[in-house]
Ligand binder design. Sequence first.
Ligand code: AMP
Length: 223
Amino acid sequence: MVEGVKGIIFLGPPGAGKGTQAKKMANFLNYSFISTGDILREEVLKQTELGNLAKSYMEKGKLVPDEIMLRIIEKNLQDSKTGFILDGFPRTLPQAKGLDDILKKNNLVIEKVFYLNSSEKEIVKRLSSRRVCPECKKVYNLITDPPEKDEECDLCNVKLIKRADDEEDVIKTRLEVYKKDTEPLLKYYREKIIEIEGDASPEDVFEKIKSFLKEDDYYKKKN
Ligand code: AMP
């Protein structure tokens, strides 16, 4: 039997630390890192047709339509040879069901779903103090992980920016959208879900996540 390429999904509200943890995990396991938010932001920057369309949803904190997201994910999954980590996808039930079809077609399987939980108070605090380098895209937090110089990237020496959707009114919409459209996925994935308390430090959260991989073959091979 040919074993399918394995993947891990990171679920959770905006600001729970999914991107940070998913990136760490992808480096650690040498898996492809697929962040739909990052892919869309690249398209917005390049002002492609997709980018211009996505921008109108993103700046309001709304979700980009499912058919578009499924096309993006199918294209990106085809490049994952060793394994893949999904950050920010799926976000709706139709996306999760569409993903199942794509996985079947491409002999891929979802092994685990990490659900990073976080309190609303912590989320708002984190998102409103998040800053990003416009050049290298490194993410900082002015309270917990500030740059060395005032709001300047340590690596590129350019001024950090605040994502347009990290403004307080948009954060509110994103949280509402999360509750309505994404939270139902916790039930959909109930057999694969591992809940992690996301309010701890990024290092502690990562150690906790790794502890759930210890029994897995790919983890053993690496360590
Ligand atoms: P993120 O960086 O994951 O917080 O995503 C930023 C924004 O990109 C979201 O608020 C949505 O507007 C859009 N987006 C990212 N991923 C998806 C998705 N799976 N479905 C729909 N919209 C998405």
